[in-house]
Ligand binder design. Structure first.
Ligand SMILES: [Zn+2]
Length: 116
């Protein structure tokens, strides 16, 4: 099979790039941060969380994010955590797509830089 010409390669990169860019339009709300499930123990004497075996309180969902350089945590209800799960997954998808766009730009740059 004949090697693709630089122009053909560029056209392939452009098509792939446009397809990725189009996917960006479908991405819903995005959020940074991560979710963890936490169990806690209280200080009430005789509480089930201090029994043997212990039955801790929870699970609670905790959102951890960096805001203005500070790590901030927030407790969420299961329904709220579900929203953030989706927004964080959207954020990851966005970054996957833009990483690929950056890679394609870098490959295409090797051809384009020779043309100017
Ligand atoms: Zn307790």
């Amino acid at each position: 099979m004949a090697r693709a010409t630089p122009a053909e390669q560029l056209a392939r990169y452009d098509n792939r790039y446009r397809a990725l860019a189009a996917q960006l339009a479908d991405i819903g709300p995005i959020s940074s941060g991560s979710l963890t499930r936490r169990y806690t123990r209280c200080t009430s004497p005789g509480c089930k969380c201090r029994a043997d075996p212990p039955r801790p309180h929870g699970p609670y969902w905790q959102l951890t994010r960096k805001i203005d350089g500070k790590t901030v945590t927030r407790r969420l209800t299961p329904a709220q955590a579900k929203l953030y799960q989706e927004w964080i997954a959207n954020d990851r998808r966005l970054r996957r797509i833009t990483d690929q766009m950056r890679t394609i730009t870098a490959k295409a740059a090797e051809i384009r830089l020779n043309e100017v």
